[in-house]
Design a protein around this ligand. Structure first.
Ligand SMILES: [Fe+2]
Length: 144
């Protein structure tokens, strides 16, 4: 799985909206793939890769976004960072649930996959398309 290619770590005022769209599309594309796997009953083979992708997204993208917010003096930095931390905590909970599924005879990949799709789609709708866009608007107004 090519994880880092959709992650834009170079957040500049003139590239911000394009970067957000690329990230949003990367997240939604993976959720579409996971939804398809749920329907095909093959999600148990995919959920690990999706959670690894989310961890990479948090480590690379969210950290970089926070760095850019500090760099440009974004006034909503702390509430925005708090939302990142909640998403990271949610992803960690998914990972812990996944580790429990590795026990012999354990079941639950379907439920975990559905939960993952809901969490990520909510994140895209509530955060990426609103909060991240506000940051882009801040950069646009400040620098153009
Ligand atoms: Fe964000």
């Amino acid at each position: 799985m090519q994880m880092t290619k959709c992650l834009d770590t170079d957040i500049r005022p003139d590239k911000c909206i394009l970067a957000r769209e690329r990230i949003k599309n990367g997240l939604l594309r993976r959720m579409d793939t996971l939804r398809h796997a749920i329907k095909e009953s093959s999600c148990k083979h995919m959920i690990h890769g999706i959670i690894v992708f989310l961890e990479e997204y948090i480590k690379v993208h969210l950290s970089e976004e926070e760095r850019a917010m500090r760099h440009y003096g974004y006034p909503s930095y702390f509430p925005h960072k708090e939302k990142h931390e909640r998403f990271a905590a949610g992803t960690l909970a998914l990972k812990e649930e996944l580790l429990e599924l590795r026990a012999p005879g354990a079941r639950g990949a379907y439920e975990l996959s559905v939960k993952t799709v809901h969490m990520v789609v909510d994140w895209v709708n509530d955060h990426v398309t609103k909060d991240d866009k506000e940051f882009c608007w801040f950069l646009g107004h400040r620098f153009f």
